[in-house]
Design a protein around this ligand. Structure first.
Ligand SMILES: [Cu+2]
Length: 69
């Protein structure tokens, strides 16, 4: 299991949180995802044998957010 803390500076409200957590949470191999609105972060715990970090980042980008880290 891996855990990563990504930065997505465009996160600013509950709707951002809902859409990102929804998009990442349905990915096979993702154990948990939590968006921090105040610090514009996405904390993800995932099974790196089942999903690559790049796929997680792409899911966030597909929601319209640049993502770093
Ligand atoms: Cu928002």
């Amino acid at each position: 299991m891996s855990e990563v803390l990504l930065q997505a500076p465009e996160i600013h409200c509950d709707q951002c949180k809902t859409s990102i957590e929804g998009a990442v949470g349905i990915i096979d191999g993702v154990q948990s995802v939590e968006v921090g609105i105040a610090d514009a972060t996405v904390r993800v715990a995932y099974d790196d044998a089942r999903v690559e970090l790049g796929s997680i980042k792409k899911a966030i980008e597909a929601q319209g957010y640049a993502v770093f880290g």
